[in-house]
Design a protein around this ligand. Structure first.
Ligand SMILES: Nc1ncnc2c1ncn2[C@@H]1O[C@H](COP(=O)(O)OP(=O)(O)OP(=O)(O)O)[C@@H](O)[C@H]1O
Ligand SMILES: [Mg+2]
Length: 390
């Protein structure tokens, strides 16, 4: 390029770079539109009646979910992600494409995604019986979940989680296994929802804080206190769900026994007295299989053990559930006991009581940053976010 032309280009640079950026955005959108998994924003506006409040299925820490119907008749659930995600457009698209390849009978099917200006949306299949929490913790709908259905939910979620951890094309730590993220289809097959959000919100600390306040009843103590995320922390959350299914009690709102701070301690106490059957939801009396109840209580307790290394992996859980084991390990205490004190960036955060998450919810200020990444890595992490190796 001649000197004079170069000079001219530099001169007009400030005026052309933003329009070039706009052009890049347009190109990106065009490329994405060609991809069948990319939904246009207009199509989603139409499908959800312009995100009308009557179409809203619920709202979680990542945004709101709306029911919709596509022109081709398919029913969908559109998750409109909150603007707080700092992830760039391209990175979001790349992650979404990776997640589109995740397919399993016990995992909600991600149909596609949409990026439109600052908006990011995920499009899922609509799962007709919605989430487990809406059935299990509502007295008028709980009867729909007899023991066989609950046992099927336990085995299905175990298989879905095993798939995410070990069988999918990339290992996925869910980070947010809980009753509201387990959906039930028309034949009551359980499907794990929100499996990729740990990848889509890698740096979003705000969300983690919201979660600590909101759904901490499921978080493993090492994740809650040290931000250590691993397959084992998912196993802990799965154990909480198992005990909730058997007992019909919500861990974060436990009030069955004034001498037990939470569902896990209560179940452990009864187990130690060989009274596991009393953990069972009274609504299950007529449908329960006592042997299965006893095994599920024990599996739940094995999964919520304080020491992450003692928890079984999902492979083992699936084996225990599918074959009646002749021998099962003895669970140790759930959660961990001592007061916790941690010094970080000049601030001291104290979590009092047992480290079990439902009791630590009530602790005062909390500045610990939990890991939000679903990736497994072993190297040192400059931000102090350290997914542990499994
Ligand atoms: N694919 C779906 N089909 C049917 N209902 C769904 C679907 N996805 C979500 N929902 C409903 O929308 C509600 C809100 O979901 P959302 O994921 O936003 O909140 P959450 O699960 O409570 O919290 P989190 O943000 O931590 O996942 C869920 O409780 C569920 O009942
Ligand atoms: Mg959810």
């Amino acid at each position: 390029m001649s000197k004079s032309k170069n000079f001219f280009q530099n001169l007009i640079k400030p005026f052309t770079s933003s329009s070039r950026r706009d052009q890049n955005d347009v190109d990106l959108e065009r490329i994405a539109e060609q991809d069948q998994k990319h939904f246009s924003f207009e199509a989603l506006v139409k499908a959800t009646e312009n995100f009308h409040p009557s179409q809203k299925l619920g709202e979680g820490g990542f945004g709101s979910v709306f029911k919709g119907k596509l022109d081709d008749g398919r029913e969908i659930a559109v998750k409109r992600l909150s603007q707080s995600s700092t992830q760039g457009k391209t990175q979001f698209q790349n992650e979404a494409k990776l997640l589109l390849r995740v397919q399993h009978r016990n995992v909600v099917n991600l149909l596609g995604y949409c990026v439109h200006d600052a908006e990011k949306l995920l499009v899922y299949e609509y799962v007709v019986n919605q989430s487990l929490d809406k059935l299990l913790f509502k007295s008028d709908r709980r009867d729909m979940l007899d023991w066989k259905r609950r046992h099927d939910v336990i085995t299905g979620v175990a298989k879905g989680l095993l798939y995410l951890h070990d069988e999918a094309h990339c290992s996925i730590i869910h980070r947010d296994i809980k009753a509201s993220n387990i959906l039930l289809d028309d034949r009551w097959v359980p499907k794990i929802a929100d499996f990729g959000l740990a990848r889509l919100f890698p740096e979003d600390q705000t969300h983690v804080h919201t979660h600590i306040a909101g759904t901490s009843g499921y978080m493993a103590p090492e994740y809650f206190m040290h931000g250590i995320l691993s397959k084992n922390s998912d196993v802990f959350s799965f154990g909480v769900v198992v005990l909730e299914l058997v007992s019909g009690q919500k861990n974060s709102a436990f009030n069955r026994d004034p001498d037990s701070p939470n569902l896990l301690e209560w179940a452990y106490k009864l187990y130690k007295k060989q009274r596991s059957f009393e953990v069972m939801d009274p609504a299950l009396v007529s449908s329960a299989d006592p042997k299965q109840i006893a095994i599920c209580v024990q599996i739940g307790l094995l999964c919520v053990q304080s020491d992450p290394q003692l928890r079984p992996d999902m492979d083992r859980v699936v084996v225990i559930l599918s074959r009646k084991p002749s021998h099962l390990e003895e669970p140790t205490r759930p959660g961990s006991g001592p007061r916790y004190r941690r010094h970080r960036r000049g601030t001291t955060s104290t979590v009092t009581g047992t480290s079990d998450v439902s009791s630590s919810r009530s602790s005062g200020s909390y500045t610990q940053t939990a890991s939000t990444s679903g990736h497994t890595s072993t190297g040192p992490d400059p931000r102090g976010k350290r997914p542990a190796k499994n």
